[in-house]
Structure formats: structure tokens, C-alpha cells
Unconditional design. Structure first.
Ligand SMILES: Cc1cc2nc3c(=O)[nH]c(=O)nc-3n(C[C@H](O)[C@H](O)[C@H](O)COP(=O)(O)OP(=O)(O)OC[C@H]3O[C@@H](n4cnc5c(N)ncnc54)[C@H](O)[C@@H]3O)c2cc1C
Lengths: 396, 362
């Protein structure tokens, strides 16, 4: 056990802090949606110049071009979270790593720089009405016609499609191959003729995801990542990156501190909530879980520094992290009692109704990116070595 | 930055677990439990060869002088084997109390004998955490009168460390008290009720009007109980998983049923982060003293909750077999149940965690 980061890293942490102290005020609000605005782009540009965003993306692709250093990346994430300042991005943390790993040089040059600058926005076209957890059964067709793919079919739950410039999409190119071997991974512009985006209103009342319909959408054959029929493996590289991000312990820590403030400041009959043992006990139970996940995260980090695969500690992060965030939101609502139901600009509202919003969004995150049940299958089968279910022959 | 165990720490744990695996397998646990033997001589001797009893005792006193983390790794191994060993109080709490509050003469007299395994000390501090009935000990002219109700490792000890009503700790010989065994669900460790009637005692001078040594002793005990639960729960989970891979019903192994698979996944998801929490809490005692009390509380409370969940769930995965004496799973179930209540059940310990971070006044 050695919790010290060492002099080089402590100095680096000081640099990050100094940067945040000086420039943090120029950052755009932490969470904002929609098309990227000028302020966000300027902020991203500054972060790239300083090496706090797109840090390991090669310079010729618009990044900072540093050698990968897990600890520095961790310090940056931690300090930005602590300061509650909007962190930098690499444009799309699912697509960019996938392109770096598997894209052609031409694709890398064309897409990574504008994506990293925040000028090109992507959406993920995987799920279909009949293919969610069983994603490999997807049926959106792409047929080669000369040197173009012609796409027909439908995607659903596509987050951000209404604002996106581009889609990375899974399509079936080999209908006669076994289901995992007949899929290809395509990149195309959302302006391509034949694409129709219909926003779907979610339970929060916003339209954050969409249905996307394809009618004879023509995409040059060179827009494929990997080879024909290998899309499933390309997508799994992407899913791997996504799974790491959901359930991030830093987020739970920030929320937790917010709830502690609420316990101190909200009152019932003039007494702060912190004085009520039942609330306190619930808060402390969450703190215990959160600490366990914090240290689990440090253990993962240690493995990552050494280039090792952490195994079980990593497999549980999405399941536990998303569940914990959801429970925190639920607790915050309960702390507010009647005030907890106020929404959308009501008098007396606390935190602009943020906690109800989160309580719903977090449920979405428990479902999205591989549901909790699918996570449990993965933990059971991949980490504990339990056998797969008996296969049921397809129904006629 | 390295959040994990060193090679030496891994080897230490493997050697203790390896030894227990052969010398203290379930049949041995069963025999000892049936005979109410919570300190089988052969196991005690074997562990002494590995330095277990002296793990935290300073080298100057014949101990190994290692940290709470090594001590926790041993506690985890002992819990993993459900080993009948008076470890928590005698090998960890007592040396902490003596090192922090004992006089030079007391340290000289006791620490080397604890480290060699020759002396066993029981520790009774429960009344300073939460008094039940009218227990408690008063002091008059240096003599003790009253009761310490739950003296850990108390039936294996020839001397106790008990706290008086002001929180000062005293050494008192078993022969000068009236001791009786309390029967608990866990037959692998002993608890005694110790009654004193003007008993001769020696105060640990550093604990007079200074609560710190007592609290440090309790913290150490809590971390050990948490680690013991971690080991015991891991054993139960491992057994449930291997049973689920073997047992067949409806023409297939039960682990292929999601109802069973998901129970196993839930246990693993709850238990795995506990390992990091216990490591950190143990490491913090020396390395991050400002956080150590809070972390000891959380390790104890959180492991109690997760331990209970794993204990009942792993039993359930075994079906009727889990409920039998034959399989022996219940030794771990009871071990976890015992750890949960000792030195403060979860709600009590969480309240202390609230105090430790200044959320409320003590
Ligand atoms: C907020 C949000 C954003 C999303 N964004 C995107 C996006 O940008 N792009 C995209 O492509 N998709 C996106 N999705 C879709 C998401 O990936 C799917 O919703 C998810 O994979 C589940 O698929 P489904 O909705 O079809 O549910 P189903 O697969 O129909 O699942 C329904 C229920 O059955 C259970 N179930 C299914 N199969 C099994 C099994 N084998 N074992 C046990 N239980 C099972 C599930 O756990 C669930 O409880 C998003 C979803 C949400 C909620």
C-alpha cells in the first residue's frame, strides 16, 4: 500500500489546481446539452492546449500528444470533479478510442480532429426496436451496391441524434452468416438523404433520445470501420470504453457532498435534518458503500498503472456505481419530503428540481449501456465462471 | 501509488491460509466446536510458528512489529477458515492497548508472552461502546467492582483488559474475578462475563483521563472483525459458486438459472469492494491517522451489512443442503453473525462515524 503519488505527480496536481483557480471561472456550466456553443469550444481548445483534454490523442489528430499516463489522467479527472468545473472531452469517448484502435488512417484524419475540438458530434446507432439486450440480433440492413452501402431499417433510443452531425452505426451486411458475424460498423453523416430523426420524449419530459429511420441511405463503402462482418468486434471495443465510464465513483462523491450540505441546511420543525437519526443512518450507509467503491476504484487504478486487467473489481463498477447514484438521488428526494416533488420552476423548488431529474435519468443509466440484469449475467459468467443459460431454439 | 498488497503481504496471507487449510479444515473446526475448544493447542502452536500472535507487537518485545494491514490479512484468513483462535482480542487489541497505554513494566511483562502465544488476554470494552443491563466497572482504591459483560476471547485468557466506567483500562487476573462463559451462536470464539468484587487490578496508566488508547484499541478490534467477516463471506461465496456449478436440477446445473446466477453476482458485487475498504481502513491506522477512526467504523458497519447478505444468500443457493449441519456452512454464517454484534452493531458504529466526522456531537 502506498497512497503517495510521488513528487512528479504532486507537482502535476498543483499545476492542475493552479490552472483551475485561474481559469475555472471561464468554464461553461458543467452540464449543458444541445449543439456545442462557442464558449464550450473555446474552453475545450484551452484544455487541449494545456493537456487537460484529449491528452493522449496524437498532435496531428488535434490532441495534446502526451504519452499515456493513467495517474495523470486520474489526477485531472479528480481535480476537475472536486472543483466542479466542466471537464474536457475527446469528443466522444466511445468512438474516438475505437477509431484510434481500428480506424484507417484516412478515417482518423477526417474524424478525430473535428470531434476532439467539439465541432463534430456523434450519436450511437446500435439499439433497434427488436434488438436491445440481444443487440447482435439487429436487422437494419446494408447492401453493397457498387461502391456504396444502401441502408434500410430503424434505430431507437439514439441519444443526441437530433443534435448529432454523424452516426456510428451497426448494420447487417451478411444476413446469412451467424448473427455475430454478419454485422458491420459504418460511419456516416446525419445529413445523408434518407435519414429521418424523430425525437422521443423521455420520462423526464425532455427529448434526449430518438428514433432514427433509414430509407435507401447511401454511404460510401470506405466508411466501414474494420472489415465486413467484423462490426460486432469493433463495437465491443467501443462498449468496453463505455462500460468503464458509467458508474464513475467521482460522480458519487460529488453527489454525496451535496447531500451532506442538504442534511445540514434543510430543516424540519426548525431542526436540521442531520439531527434526525433515521436520515443520518441512511446517509452513513450510503457513505459506507461509496467509500468501498472509492477504494475499489483506487485498486483498479493501480492495476491500470501496471497495465493489468483488474477482473472482478472492474466488472462490478457499472452495476454498483449506477445503483448507488440512483439511491443517492432517491435519498435526496426523501430528505426534502413534500418539497422533493416540486418540479419545473415551482415556488419553493430546491436545486431546480435536479434530484427528481437525476432520479429518473439514473434509472435510464441503469438500463442503458447494458441493463443491470445483463451486468449480472456478465459478472456471473465472465467473472465467476458460471455456465450460460440453456439455449432456447428460435420460435417459429 | 500502489493500492494493493505487497509481495510479502500476499505471501504472509498465503502462508496463514495454506496452513489453516491443512491444519484447520472443517473437520477440525467441527471437532473443536463440539468440544467447546476455542483454542486447540495444535492450531495455536502452528500459528505461533508463523508469527501470528505477535503480528502487531513491536519487535523490541519479541513480536513481528507489522501493521494493522498485515493483522487484517491474518484476520481475513482466520475468518476464511472459521478457525477457532483467540486472535482479535488477544493478538491485536491487547497489544494495541498495552503499547499505547501500558507502563514500561506492563509492556515488558505482557507483550513478549502475548507474542510467543504463551499468554492469552481477553478484552472487555463493550460498556464503553454501549452498556447493556447494569454492567460496568467502578474503581475504589485501585480495586475493581462490577461487571464486564462481553469479554472477547475471555474463556481462553488468564488475564483481562477491562475498561472502568471512566474509560480507563485495567489489567486484572482471571483468578481474581468471577468469570463465566457466555454461550454464543459462534462456537469458534469465546466470550466471557467477568464479575469483579473489589478485585486487585493494575491500571494502564496511559489510559487514565485519556480516551485515545481505548478508542484505538476498539478501532483495531473493529477492523479485525471486519476482516474476519470479509474472509468468512468470501468462503461462503466461493462455496455457493462452486455448488452452483455442480448441483443439477431440471437437467442442468443450477448456476445456469439466472435466479441463482444473479444471486451469486449480487454477492460478488457487494463483497468485492469490501476488500478495498478493509485494506484502506487497516492501512489508514498508521498512514492516514486523521481518517482512521471513520474508516474503522465504516469497515465494521459495511462489512456487517454485506456479511449478513452474503451469509444468508450463500446458504440459500445451497438449498436444503445449506440448512444442514452436515455441510458446515453454518460455522461461517454464525461467525459473520458474531462479528456483526461485537464491538458495536452497525447502527451504533454508524453513529460513531457521524461523530468522527463532526456531523453531530458525541
Ligand atoms: C437513457 C438511455 C440512453 C440510451 N442511449 C442509447 C444510444 O445512444 N444508442 C443506442 O444504440 N442505444 C441506446 N440506449 C438503448 C440501451 O442500450 C437499451 O435500452 C438497453 O441495451 C436495453 O435494451 P431494451 O431497451 O431493448 O430492453 P430489453 O432488452 O427488451 O430488456 C427488457 C428487460 O429484460 C431484461 N433482459 C433482457 N435480456 C435479458 C437476459 N438475457 N437476461 C436477463 N434479463 C434480460 C432486461 O434486463 C430488462 O429488464 C439507451 C437507453 C437508455 C435508457
Amino acid at each position: 500500500m502506498d497512497l503517495a503519488y510521488g513528487e512528479e505527480y504532486e507537482r502535476f496536481r498543483e499545476e492542475v489546481r493552479a490552472f483551475l483557480a485561474e481559469h475555472g471561472k471561464d468554464a461553461p456550466p458543467q452540464f449543458s446539452r444541445g449543439k456545442s456553443d462557442a464558449q464550450s469550444r473555446a474552453w475545450q481548445q484551452l484544455l487541449i492546449e494545456r493537456g487537460y483534454a484529449a491528452r493522449t490523442i496524437p498532435k496531428e489528430y488535434g490532441g495534446y500528444g502526451a504519452e499515456p499516463d493513467v495517474l495523470k489522467a486520474h489526477i485531472i479527472a479528480e481535480e476537475f470533479a472536486k472543483a466542479r468545473v466542466r471537464a474536457g472531452h475527446i469528443g466522444d469517448d466511445r468512438l474516438v478510442p475505437t477509431l484510434l484502435e481500428l480506424g484507417t488512417e484516412e478515417q482518423q484524419r477526417a474524424y478525430i480532429p473535428p470531434t476532439v475540438r467539439g465541432e463534430m458530434r456523434w450519436c450511437q446507432g446500435y439499439s433497434e426496436p427488436n434488438s436491445g439486450s440481444d443487440l447482435a440480433s439487429l436487422s437494419t440492413r446494408a447492401e453493397l451496391d457498387g461502391d456504396e452501402f444502401v441502408i434500410n431499417g430503424q434505430k431507437i433510443w439514439t441519444s443526441g441524434a437530433q443534435h448529432a452531425d454523424m452516426m456510428f452505426c451497426l448494420v447487417r451486411t451478411e444476413p446469412d452468416a451467424p448473427k455475430h458475424q454478419g454485422i458491420s460498423y459504418l460511419l456516416f453523416s446525419m445529413d445523408t438523404p434518407g435519414i429521418e430523426v424523430r425525437p422521443l420524449v423521455t420520462m423526464t419530459g425532455d427529448a434526449s433520445f430518438n428514433e432514427v429511420f433509414f430509407t435507401d441511405v447511401r454511404v460510401p463503402a470506405s466508411q466501414i470501420v474494420g472489415r465486413r462482418g467484423e462490426g460486432w468486434y469493433v463495437a465491443n471495443a467501443t462498449l468496453k470504453h463505455e462500460r468503464g465510464g458509467l458508474g464513475d465513483p467521482n460522480q458519487a462523491e460529488t453527489r454525496f457532498l451535496h447531500i451532506v450540505d442538504m442534511m445540514r441546511n434543510e430543516t424540519i420543525d426548525g431542526r436540521p435534518l442531520m439531527e434526525f437519526p433515521a436520515y443520518r443512518d441512511r446517509l452513513l450507509k450510503l457513505q459506507g458503500q461509496m467509500l468501498a467503491m472509492r477504494f475499489n476504484g483506487m485498486r483498479i487504478l493501480s492495476h491500470a498503472i501496471k497495465g493489468e486487467e483488474p477482473g472482478l473489481p472492474r466488472w462490478i463498477v457499472k452495476l454498483n456505481g449506477c445503483e448507488m447514484n440512483h439511491q443517492m438521488a432517491g435519498m435526496a428526494i426523501d430528505l426534502m419530503g413534500e418539497l422533493g416533488v416540486l418540479y419545473h420552476g415551482s415556488p419553493h423548488i430546491r436545486d431546480s428540481g435536479l434530484w427528481q431529474q437525476r432520479y429518473m435519468l439514473d434509472l435510464g443509466l441503469i438500463i442503458g449501456g447494458g441493463t443491470a440484469q445483463i451486468q449480472k449475467n456478465l459478472i456471473g459468467e465472465r467473472a465467476l465462471g458460471l455456465p450460460k443459460e440453456l439455449k432456447v431454439p428460435p420460435q417459429a | 501509488m500502489e493500492f494493493g498488497l505487497t509481495e510479502e503481504q500476499r505471501m504472509l496471507q498465503e502462508s496463514v491460509s495454506g496452513y489453516l487449510g491443512s491444519a484447520c479444515a472443517l473437520t477440525r473446526v467441527r471437532e473443536a466446536a463440539a468440544a467447546s475448544d476455542t483454542k486447540p493447542a495444535d492450531v495455536w502452536e502452528g500459528l505461533a510458528q508463523l508469527g501470528v500472535q505477535g503480528i502487531v507487537t513491536p519487535e523490541d518485545y519479541g513480536g513481528v512489529g507489522l501493521s494493522m494491514l498485515e493483522a487484517a490479512l491474518i484476520a481475513e484468513s482466520l475468518g476464511g477458515a472459521a478457525a477457532p483462535v483467540p486472535y482479535v482480542a488477544s493478538c491485536v487489541m491487547a497489544p494495541v492497548a498495552l503499547t499505547q497505554a501500558g507502563s514500561a513494566a506492563q509492556r515488558d511483562a505482557w507483550l513478549p508472552r502475548i507474542a510467543s502465544g504463551e499468554a492469552v488476554l481477553g478484552v472487555g470494552l463493550t460498556e464503553q461502546i454501549g452498556r447493556r443491563e447494569s454492567a460496568g466497572i467502578g474503581v475504589e482504591d485501585g480495586r475493581l467492582t462490577g461487571r464486564a459483560m462481553f469479554v472477547l476471547d475471555g474463556m481462553d485468557a488468564d488475564t483481562f483488559i477491562v475498561a472502568d466506567n471512566d474509560g480507563a483500562m485495567h489489567l486484572v487476573r482471571a483468578a481474581d474475578t468471577d468469570r463465566r462463559a457466555l454461550k454464543t451462536i459462534d462456537r469458534t470464539r469465546s466470550v466471557a462475563e467477568v464479575a469483579c468484587d473489589s478485585a486487585t487490578a493494575e491500571v494502564l496508566p496511559g489510559s487514565v483521563a485519556n480516551r485515545e488508547p481505548l478508542l484505538a484499541t476498539v478501532d483495531a478490534g473493529r477492523i479485525m472483525l471486519a476482516a474476519d467477516t470479509l474472509g468468512a463471506a468470501q468462503t461462503m461465496l466461493d462455496q455457493a459458486v462452486s455448488y452452483a456449478k455442480e448441483r443439477r436440477q431440471f437437467n442442468r446445473v443450477i448456476g445456469s438459472f439466472q435466479a441463482v446466477k444473479h444471486l451469486c453476482a449480487e454477492m460478488a458485487a457487494a463483497l468485492e469492494p469490501c476488500r478495498s475498504l478493509v485494506w484502506y481502513a487497516a492501512h489508514a491506522v498508521r498512514a492516514v491517522p486523521g481518517e482512521s477512526r471513520l474508516m474503522a467504523c465504516h469497515a465494521k458497519a459495511h462489512l456487517s451489512e454485506v456479511g449478513r447478505f452474503v451469509a444468508r444468500t450463500a446458504t440459500e443457493v445451497h438449498g436444503g443442503m445449506g440448512f444442514t449441519d452436515l455441510l458446515g456452512l453454518h460455522y461461517w454464517f454464525k461467525r459473520i453473525g458474531f462479528d456483526r454484534q461485537m464491538l458495536g452493531a452497525p447502527e451504533i458504529v454508524r453513529e460513531e462515524a457521524a461523530v468522527a466526522q463532526g456531523w453531530i456531537e458525541a
